[in-house]
Design a protein around this ligand. Structure first.
Ligand SMILES: [Ca+2]
Ligand SMILES: [Ca+2]
Ligand SMILES: [Ca+2]
Ligand SMILES: [Ca+2]
Length: 254
């Protein structure tokens, strides 16, 4: 399901599944969760199945998450619901890196094209070789990281969206490397346009994640329902309108 975070007000609007805004009685609304400049990031922060809100402060690489699942950022001190993972300028991701059913955090560092994954779930970056996982050279400096289960194996894989070209490179074979001429991986030459923000979700409930974009200028969502990496219009693929200019998209199961 989709939703948006409104950085100007710290509000969240989460859709009930019909892809349309129906007001806070039907859809859900949260307030005072995040500030201007924060990146919204959802995850099962209380260990359940439900996606809960969180924000990543880009200046300090601090994550603030709804650890007790009450949709409020309350009593948040370091080690309870706030933690530092990454450094300034990093971009946050959440996924099941090991395929064991546990979603963990990670970051993409655009300056070095590196990825860091918290494999053991302690929200701390431990030794790359023994405990956590660090990988270099997937993506370019201007890329936006995306993660999803591109092949339906249960394990989350990485990818990048290149805003300047609308290009996507998805690590389909899960080796955290870009295949030569995209061999073994899935590359999309263009899905979305300049200004669009990438979104990933299992739009058709098949168990495999597909790509899509949120267009902040219009609140339009263009989702690749059939998973071929081509936008074929709203009849073949899926279109929603939810959110407004300046909103940031989130996808999860609310
Ligand atoms: Ca709705
Ligand atoms: Ca760790
Ligand atoms: Ca690969
Ligand atoms: Ca399509």
């Amino acid at each position: 399901m989709i939703g948006v975070f409104r950085p100007s007000t710290g509000e969240w609007f989460l859709d009930n599944g019909n892809g349309a805004w129906d007001g806070c009685n039907t859809d859900s609304c949260l307030s005072n969760f995040g500030d201007q400049g924060d990146v919204p990031i959802v995850g099962p922060w209380n260990g359940g199945l439900q996606s809960l809100p969180g924000v990543f402060d880009r200046r300090t690489a601090t994550w603030y998450v709804d650890a007790n699942g009450n949709s409020a950022l309350d009593g948040c001190e370091l080690s309870t619901c706030a933690f530092v993972f990454g450094q300034a300028g990093d971009k946050p991701v959440v996924g099941d890196w090991t395929g064991t059913g546990q979603k963990r955090i990670g970051i993409f560092r655009p300056s070095t094209h590196s990825w860091y994954f918290d494999l053991n779930g302690n929200e701390t970056l431990d030794k790359c070789k023994r405990t956590d996982l660090c990988k270099k050279s997937f993506g370019l400096a201007g890329d936006i990281p995306v993660v999803g289960d591109w092949s339906g194996t249960g394990k989350t894989k990485i990818g990048v969206f290149r805003p300047t070209t609308g290009q996507w490179i998805l690590d389909l074979n899960g080796d955290i490397k870009m295949g030569k001429r995209c061999s073994g991986d899935f590359c999309v030459s263009s899905f979305g346009q300049a200004g669009d923000l990438p979104v990933v979700g299992d739009w058709d409930g098949s168990g495999t994640d597909n790509i899509g974009v949120f267009r902040p200028s219009t609140g339009d969502w263009l989702l690749d329902l059939n998973g071929n990496g081509v936008f074929e219009g709203c009849v073949v693929d899926l279109c929603y309108n939810f959110g407004q200019q300046g909103d940031l998209p989130v996808v999860g199961s609310w």
